[in-house]
Ligand binder design. Sequence first.
Ligand code: GTP
Ligand code: MG
Length: 688
Amino acid sequence: MSRHRNVRNLDIDDVLDDGYDDADYAEEQVMTAEEQVQMADATEDVKSMLGGAKVTIKEIQDALWYYYFDIDQAAVYLLDELSKKQKAATAAATKKASSTPKPAQSGTATPTGTSSKSVAPAKAKETPKGLASATQDDDIIEFLDDEEAPASQLQFDLAAMNFGSSLKTQFAKKAAGGTSFAKAPLLNGGDGFDRSGAVTPVGSAPPSGISTPSRASTKMGKRIDVVTEYQKRVAEKESLNLVVIGHVDAGKSTLMGHLLYLQGEVNEKTIRKHERDAQKIGKASFAFAWVLDETGEERARGITMDVGVTKFETENRRFTLLDAPGHRDFIPNMISGTAQADVAVLVVDATTGEFESGFDANGQTKEHALLARSLGVQQLVVAVNKLDVVGWSESRFQEIVAKLEQFLVKDASFKKSSLIFVPCSGFTGENLVRRSKTGQICNGSAVSDAPVDPLVASVVETFAWYKGPTLIQTIDKLDAPTRAVEKPFRMSVTDVFKGTGGVSAAGRLEAGHVQIGEAVMVMPGSEMAVVKNMEVNDEPTRWAAAGDSVLLTLSGIDIMQVSTGSVLCPRDAPIPVTTHFAAQIVVFDVKIPITVGFPIIMHHQSHNEPGVISKLVSTIDKGTGEVVKKNPRHLGKNTTAMVEIRLNGRAIPLETFKDSKELGRVMLRKGGETVAAGIVTKILSFGS
Ligand code: GTP
Ligand code: MG
């Protein structure tokens, strides 16, 4: 049996039974010269991975020795040990302060998967002898920062959870990301554990006296100053996450698939293949949509079900494209995708009757727009699509603009100046990247000899009225929001799978930054992992920052402990995990007023959790923010109110809107309709 396993899962019986004879450890071992070099390098690596955590060189080297220089395992083990000590210290402090009111936080339980028994290298390889010992001062890795840990950093221990997946694994196409451990306050004060360096993992004899090498480790590479790198990158080209939303069949996937083709992100061979294959199943018109609709079921049904993710670049911007499903059954996926977006393209079908059915009460045009706005999207491009079907009619375009603008400004609270309307045809490609000229008419096919529809053939004359920018020119001008790069690292996981070399977790960095070699904590569950690799836009990278969509390879963790909906964070600044919180909500067009006990499905990032509105605190004047009525009996449509929400089951990671604009928003739905949108104002219970 290998001893290169995660110590957290060690069981004493296992330990006793692992095939090693005690006699093996009776002798003192001496490190070879080669091992000393290896130890020196690995020590630097682990130090770097632990960020500022106060761990002694001796502890690091004990762990490295035990794990045969496996730096990931050693780092995860050490972090786990620190976490346990901190929890024990907090528990002791809580006990001592029994006369004071009980704090809201709970959760001093051992993290899932952590044995409460001796988890240290109980049968560690004996430490070699004869190496000079470092002084106490040299022995401590100092914190980079000594910020005080907020109360919310108290432990949030929960069983690891399993949530449904919502994003396609295709995400691998865009990301950039990074997290960092620039600050490590939690370990730095008030937690009561011994930082003197005298703590030795149980049963592990120290490899005493290996002097720490001064040269930098080569294996992990140098720590990157991510903030500086990020600023350089932004100066070169800004990155934005763009979601494409709208009623079912409005032409979202076709439009974006065609745009990707015209931008050279998809080659002609692929489009021709899609045309042939789509034709075979009688879905010829879906060839461009197949660029984003990748699953067999989506292609067979001709609808998008999951959010398709890919990337493309314009002259001045890098985009992560999220193609949302329009069908109402998949609104949870649409919410999950839109939660990651900075800007949106709302696609509407200009066809007579089709725009109207998307726009009426049962259509998704309004609901998608409201959701996008509630999820923080401020800039909206409206693609008035399928204009080929209405003979490139200017009056139809203007009619749609007028109706939509009124709704978007008045009801959905978009600023008029943040709305841009672009007429186009996703099918023919008209006005996506260029306009048709005489003799060069886009005909909706990558196959140049395809017949040209008479309506399409008239485009040059009949569409001459439009003098504005193309869709690509429009989105190239969208502003990137200010990113919370210097806040504690947060990555919401949208997809998890077993990858080569570890657990692959895809998602978006909501705040902070991350780099290879850093240790991250997975919430809920408080399990630690080390970032072994990462990808952005299919390209390997060493760091990523807020706003980036990333694919991380995590080591030192079991796939069961990371789920869609998990949030990765630094262990010293964990995200709260809760089932009970206060929120300020805006009630949508509800048929039945909201009363106490009103059941809801709460959507937050990739989570959708059943719960109830447990308390109606007050109604609020939307304009002034003042309380209009305390303890109202019910909330009617368009009311703004403070409420409390209780989830029925598992706790989820959640932040107040004040702490995170990205992780502090919730959507409340019932019976397949969105009843309210809200921002989290206070976390009322922690950890369960
Ligand atoms: P969901 O994702 O399922 O909501 O649909 P969608 O909005 O992605 O629509 P999709 O791209 O799948 O297109 C639906 C149908 O509309 C397909 O048959 C397309 O060929 C057709 N379509 C899309 N855009 C245009 C257009 O500009 N003109 C015409 N004539 N047809 C279009
Ligand atoms: Mg689609």
